[in-house]
Design a protein around this ligand. Structure first.
Ligand code: HPA
Length: 239
């Protein structure tokens, strides 16, 4: 069974043939919402809306530990995390689908590890390559089979939000080597790694990052978000 974590543009997954829902409690508190189980094509899937079904939980308020713990506790074999991002690199044009291969983390103050507290060992998980190679390859292959062009490889910068970045922050993030910017990639990816859960990210570019493109301010392309959702559905149907 694969887990799908839906971002703000994917609160529901109409293509999911729902079998049941389950409220999961964890030692870390409550996940964003109940887990929805079902099938997409031949694939058994469990879906969770990262921001809650009402899309009301801000990126810095998400209980990432509870979400990842809950998915692990129901026995998923991998996690596909979907999220919206801003494009920094010139080819990360709004409308692009990107499967990043690395991360720079600028978030702060989030509960970011399972290994803390007096009863837990100190563990330093390897995070050289934050995303699972096999799951990335599967996602890429599936996307291409579905006839969609996806960008293979990018550095994802995770900012704290909920505000967007200043133009100077984006210039700095770009100098740091990042290509796209979002608010939810971390600590989610690291928590999945701590539980040895294969995890890959599918990023939907919905705007030019601050100071990029030709708009004075950041503009989200609402029409594009609708198209993205259909593209993501195509990918998931091909999984
Ligand atoms: N910055 C951070 N997060 C985002 C953006 C952005 O420009 N667009 C969508 N999520």
């Amino acid at each position: 069974m694969l887990a799908i974590i839906g971002g703000s543009s994917l609160v529901k997954l109409p293509i999911l043939e729902v079998t049941h829902r389950q409220v999961v409690r964890t030692p870390y508190g409550d996940p964003s919402c109940a887990l929805t189980f079902g099938r997409i094509g031949m694939q058994n899937v469990v879906f969770i809306a990262r921001h809650g079904y009402g899309n009301s939980i801000a990126p810095h308020e998400i209980n990432y530990r509870a979400n990842i713990w809950a998915l692990h506790s129901v026995g998923v074999k991998g996690v596909i995390a979907i999220g919206s991002v801003g494009g920094i690199r010139p080819d990360m044009v709004p409308g692009s689908l990107v499967i990043p291969d690395n991360i720079v983390d600028y978030s702060w103050g989030r509960k970011h590890t399972f290994f803390e507290g007096p009863d837990k060992p100190v563990v330093h998980v390897d995070f050289t390559w934050p995303f699972d190679g096999e799951l990335r390859a599967r996602l890429l292959q599936t996307s291409r089979k579905a006839g969609l062009s996806v960008i293979d490889g990018a550095v994802y910068a995770c900012t704290q939000g909920p505000r967007l970045e200043s133009a100077a922050e984006i210039r700095r993030i770009e100098r740091d080597g990042a290509d796209i910017v979002g608010m939810t990639g971390m600590p989610e990816a690291a928590l999945a790694r701590e539980l040895a859960l294969p995890y890959a990210n599918l990023s939907l570019v919905v705007n030019w990052a601050a100071g990029k493109g030709c708009s004075e301010i950041v503009r989200f392309d609402e029409a594009r978000i609708g198209l993205h959702v259909r593209e993501v559905e195509k990918i998931l149907l091909t999984l």
